[in-house]
Design a protein around this ligand. Structure first.
Ligand SMILES: [Zn+2]
Ligand SMILES: [Zn+2]
Length: 129
């Protein structure tokens, strides 16, 4: 079972299915939300993702139709979701074990942090792939 949690432990989740390919997103919204150079994410079907704690998640609409969910106590980003989709976009930094997924690419490299030098064998896209 693939498991994850926030920094303070008030939010925990389990994934019962497959984690999609890993995408490293360098967009400015991800930089701000995560306080990091980029955010590593992968899609997981709604049916396979289950919160195992009762504590509510915070929600921030970072752009029209896209919500980012996080722990209200410690601020850990857990997942993002576009309205009318049947999958979440999991924030992989919240995982507690190996999702057994493979890296796919870097996206929004056009917005990359100027202080971060990207050395990668993966495909790099200026915007979304
Ligand atoms: Zn927390
Ligand atoms: Zn992003």
């Amino acid at each position: 079972m693939i498991c994850g949690s926030c920094l303070c432990g008030r939010i925990k989740y389990q994934i019962s299915g497959k984690v999609g390919d890993i995408v490293h997103c360098h967009c400015q919204s991800c930089q701000k939300a995560h306080g990091a150079a980029f955010s590593s994410v992968a899609s997981v079907s709604d049916h396979h993702f289950k919160l195992t704690t009762e504590n509510p998640l915070g929600c921030y609409a970072s752009s029209e139709g896209k919500n980012r969910y996080f722990c209200l106590n410690c601020g850990t980003q857990i997942y993002a979701k576009r309205v009318a989709t049947e999958h979440i976009i999991l924030r992989l930094g919240s995982l507690d074990n190996d999702p057994q997924a493979k890296e796919k690419n870097h996206i929004w490299v056009s917005q990359k942090a100027p202080w971060y030098k990207l050395h990668s064998d993966l495909p790099c896209h200026q915007e979304f792939e």
